[in-house]
Write a protein that binds this ligand. Structure first.
Ligand SMILES: Nc1ncnc2c1ncn2[C@@H]1O[C@H](COP(=O)(O)OP(=O)(O)OP(=O)(O)O)[C@@H](O)[C@H]1O
Ligand SMILES: [Mg+2]
Length: 260
């Protein structure tokens, strides 16, 4: 049984860094939505998703307000991690507890009072679909790479915490199959909001929020023209992925005749 009923998040506008009003009234996020957040360094991308994570109530630098199902969320949803419908995974997310992967997942299953612990294996198997560097139950959490940790926590957000809203802040480093992550989250009917500098990932979303000067500058809904470009970017991305993997493996690239 899912612990959360469907959740709709509404972001009400705040202010730019100069104090003028943002251009939108509200941004609504529902199950199955994939929204990317793009923009130059320092434009407020992380601040935007942090507002959602903390359920901002005009009490953050941006002055935005975040509603859950049309209302200011109750205190217990804000304070109790088991009642929070949101999982945030960032580039720096690290687990500092010295537990094995199995112990970590079991602890989380107990904390969520989930009776069935077949989810340990299920979570590890799912995480291994997201990363080429295989994770095993006896490994120590602290010894996992950044890509492995993020893969495991995204899998955990699907199988154990069952958070309906997943926020990802630039998780697309080497070693993580970003396209699989986004398509799996979508297939699981999650609302996904991800900050990215990756053109292919940005094009995969249903909506693209463009940030500038601390504010939402534009909301792009990809039209027919972009759909055509996706095929091109997707094949370029595959070529680049192969080259990146070859470089990671220490191969000397000799002109790349057989790369594509
Ligand atoms: N509307 C705003 N008003 C005032 N300060 C803001 C606003 N939005 C963001 N900031 C502040 O600007 C700084 C940069 O914002 P943020 O970290 O969100 O940028 P970013 O787009 O995530 O950058 P990067 O690409 O480097 O991760 C932060 O200190 C943040 O608190
Ligand atoms: Mg950031």
């Amino acid at each position: 049984m899912e612990p959360f009923t469907p959740v709709i998040i509404t972001v009400l506008s705040g202010k730019t860094r100069d104090g003028s009003l943002e251009i939108f009234d509200e941004i609504v996020l529902r199950a199955g939505d994939t929204v990317s957040v793009v923009g130059p360094t320092g434009s407020g991308k992380t601040a935007f998703i942090n507002d959602i994570e903390v359920f901002a109530c005009k009490d953050t630098v941006t002055g935005r307000t975040v509603l859950v199902n049309g209302r200011i969320p109750p205190d217990e949803m804000v304070r109790d991690p088991a009642k929070k419908p949101i999982a945030l995974i960032t580039q720096n997310t690290k687990c500092i507890a010295d537990l094995t992967v199995k112990e970590f997942l079991e602890m989380h299953i107990r904390a969520r009072r989930i009776p069935d612990d077949s989810r340990v294996g299920e979570t590890i198997a799912l995480a291994n679909e997201f990363t080429g560097e295989k994770i095993a139950a006896p490994m120590h959490m602290t010894s996992l790479s950044g890509g492995q940790t993020r893969s495991l926590l995204i899998a955990d957000a699907i199988t154990i915490s069952s958070a309906p809203i997943i926020l990802l802040d630039e998780v697309e480093s080497g070693g993580i199959f970003k396209e699989t992550v986004i398509s799996t989250l979508k297939a699981n009917n999650k609302a996904v909001i991800f900050v990215t500098h990756d053109p292919f990932l940005a094009l995969l979303s249903d909506r693209r929020i463009v940030m500038r000067n601390g504010a939402v500058e534009r909301i792009i809904i990809p039209g027919g023209r972009e759909k055509k470009i996706i095929h091109l970017v997707s094949s370029m991305d595959r070529v680049l992925f192969k080259i990146r993997e070859e470089i990671r493996a220490g191969t000397l690239l000799d002109g790349g005749e057989d790369i594509s």
